[in-house]
Design a protein around this ligand. Structure first.
Ligand SMILES: Cc1ncc(COP(=O)(O)O)c(C=O)c1O
Length: 312
């Protein structure tokens, strides 16, 4: 299996208009680009974030890719599959207890050949420390060397390069949006989307509390990709609904409503927060009435299994 076949995707991704009374009331057209349908396992933004990273690993003779994530990490899940398809070993450094290894996300990852290493919160905080990373790599056997370390969430300059491909001309011509809205974790996806479309407004909705740090992280990611910051992006810091991975009842109710009224499944960590916050902003006129918006469904549906069990 080559990188090209591992990363093949449909020529055309569905883009659907969301019909809800609160949108009609404000004369807003809201479209949803279904990146979740990019690939069954390298879903949503992961396809774009991982493509050039894995290509780099293969082209430069790495035997192993190593990355970091939580116990339900979409990134770890997608990386395990992509690495297997690309013929690479994979290691997931997971925040938390070894018991998590039995959950659906990490069970899949292991089935696809990923080795897991569980670390406590204190050690996990060192995930960007060069000495810690070097130590981790050195502790691996010779048969796995050399090791390419991909940051948490996959966000680096190669992810930004991949995310520049998210908005196709076809979709933009069809929807003609004034603004693009997406959920942010590490900001890699927003960085790529922003530099790819300097004339559009890009609104990021961080799903973490106290996400002010993302302003610098996004500027740094854009800079690392060799692009000038188009300064066309803003963040709304009020869409975290209690914090990362917090899932209050109004959020699960909203997921059920969107699934039954619009036929769109959302995930509770990223896409449901992004869409619910968008509707709140529309209601409060924080988004201009009469605008045309394009929201990105960045995937994450595998993580629904932590809420709904393994059938989802
Ligand atoms: C489903 C989903 N949507 C959005 C994001 C946020 O992307 P980023 O970390 O690039 O901001 C993530 C995390 O990578 C994710 O898994």
């Amino acid at each position: 299996m080559t990188i090209d076949s591992a990363f093949s995707k449909p020529q055309k991704l569905p883009v659907t208009q969301i019909q809800l009374p609160e949108l009609t009331e404000k004369g807003i057209k809201l479209w949803l680009l279904r990146l979740d349908q990019t690939h069954p396992f390298i879903s949503g933004n992961k396809w774009y974030k991982l493509k050039y990273n894995l290509e780099f690993a293969v082209d430069n003779g790495y035997r192993t890719v190593l990355s970091f994530g939580g116990a339900y990490s979409n990134h770890i899940h997608a990386l395990a599959w992509a690495a297997k398809e690309a013929g690479l070993n994979s290691i997931g450094v997971i925040r938390g207890e070894p018991e998590y290894a039995a959950n659906p996300t990490l069970s899949d990852a292991q089935e696809w050949g990923m080795q897991l290493k569980f670390v406590n919160r204190q050690d996990y905080r060192l995930r960007q420390d060069p000495d810690y990373i070097q130590q981790l790599c050195n502790s691996l056997p010779e048969s796995l060397q050399p090791v390419l370390v991909i940051p948490e969430g996959g966000s680096n300059k190669l992810a930004v390069k991949g995310c520049r491909e998210i908005l196709s001309e076809q979709v933009l011509q069809h929807v003609k949006p004034e603004s693009v809205i997406l959920a942010c974790g590490t900001g890699g996806t927003l960085s790529g989307v922003a530099v790819s479309q300097p004339s559009l407004n890009i609104l990021g909705i961080p799903v973490l509390k106290n996400a002010e740090f993302l302003y610098d992280d996004i500027r740094n990611l854009i800079q690392s990709s060799g692009e000038a910051d188009p300064q066309n992006w803003t963040l709304d810091l009020d869409g975290h609904f209690g914090g990362y991975a917090k899932c209050p009842q109004d959020l699960t109710d909203f997921m059920q409503r969107i699934e039954s009224e619009c036929g769109v499944p959302l995930d509770q960590v990223y896409t449901a927060k992004m869409l619910l916050r968008t509707l709140q902003m529309i209601k409060q006129d924080l988004i201009k009435p009469g605008s045309t918006l394009l929201a990105l469904h960045t995937g994450g549906l595998q993580g629904r299994r932590s809420v709904y069990g393994s059938k989802n």
